[in-house]
Design a protein around this ligand. Structure first.
Ligand code: ATR
Length: 275
């Protein structure tokens, strides 16, 4: 079988093995996808041992996406600009790093939630790796405006600076803002902060969202609940990160296997297990 894994710390909670097992079954592939917990000071050594054992590649999750970026000899354009890698292909010419998170997010919003992003006002909360991974694919949809609001304004500004040329080329107004003053009337809100891990919701003012806007948290399960509750109270359509999880996995499966599995059935089944 093709050997794959998700490498993280902690990693025991990861749903990726179940998702990829379903993709493999549906595609008729023999795939062995496991979880590997790497020591915090031993990520690259763990990866090398897995590659030397004949594995084709791996997913990378917290807290190693930045280290994975540094460890790859070659990078996709989207991984280079995100400065974060969640998908690696091991091959003779050196490891190839990619980032499928943003593409997964956009596919979930446009295909699963049915919200076209072109011409919409989009607000991203957060300026860490999760936000960085989303920006290129979001810009590529040509929203009317893309605002990055972060608790630490300077970090948001630095992130926006890194994507400024890309935004200008696509003619998308891209700007940074403080969480308290993000602007008003957004069609789509994406929570890419770690606030949900602390069971808090970023302090956005009333009127940030248009009625009926889509508000998506990249987290799922219990962690996402405070944000989803807040979003519904704002009159928004609330969505957790489960669809993004399945879509980034499908995109990674395509990178390794050359086949894009369909996600609908897998997402439906996973939804039943998580809720
Ligand atoms: P990740 O790789 O998951 O994005 P990260 O790089 O640590 O993780 O980034 C976490 C993001 O969540 C940051 O944007 C952080 O804001 P700061 O830049 O001000 O630190 C944001 N964040 C974390 N806890 C938060 C909270 N309670 N409220 C609002 N934003 C929060």
């Amino acid at each position: 079988p093709v050997r794959l894994a998700v490498v993280g710390n902690p990693v025991s909670h990861s749903r990726s093995p179940q998702i990829h097992a379903r993709f493999a079954a549906a595609s008729g592939h023999a795939v062995d996808y496991t979880r590997i917990e790497a020591p915090l000071d031993g990520f690259v050594a763990t990866l090398r041992a897995f590659a030397d054992a004949g594995a084709r590649g791996c997913n990378v999750t917290v807290p190693f996406k930045g280290e994975a970026f540094a460890a790859c000899a070659r990078l996709s354009e989207r991984a280079r600009r995100a400065q974060a890698v969640n998908t690696i292909v091991f091959d003779g010419e050196g490891w190839l790093g990619d980032n499928t998170d943003g593409a997964g997010l956009v596919r979930d919003i446009e295909l699963n939630a049915g919200v076209g992003l072109r011409g919409r006002r989009v607000l991203v909360l957060g300026a860490g790796g999760a936000a960085a991974g989303a920006l290129d694919p979001l810009l590529a949809t040509r929203p009317a405006a893309l605002v990055v609001a972060n608790r630490t304004l300077a970090k948001g500004q630095a992130l926006v600076e890194r994507f400024a040329a890309s935004a200008a080329r696509l003619d998308v107004p891209l700007s940074a803002a403080a969480l308290e003053t993000p602007g008003a009337g957004f069609d789509v809100l994406i929570n890419a902060t770690a606030a949900s891990l602390q069971a808090t919701v970023p302090p956005l003012p009333a009127g940030t969202l248009k009625p009926g806007a889509l508000a998506l948290d990249m987290m799922y399960g219990a962690a996402a609940l405070p944000f989803l509750r807040w979003a519904r109270a704002q009159g928004a359509v609330a969505r957790d990160g489960l669809g993004m999880l399945v879509e980034q996995a499908a995109e990674a499966y395509f990178v390794w296997m050359g086949v894009r599995p369909s996600t609908f059935q897998v997402l439906t089944e996973l939804r039943r297990e998580v809720d």
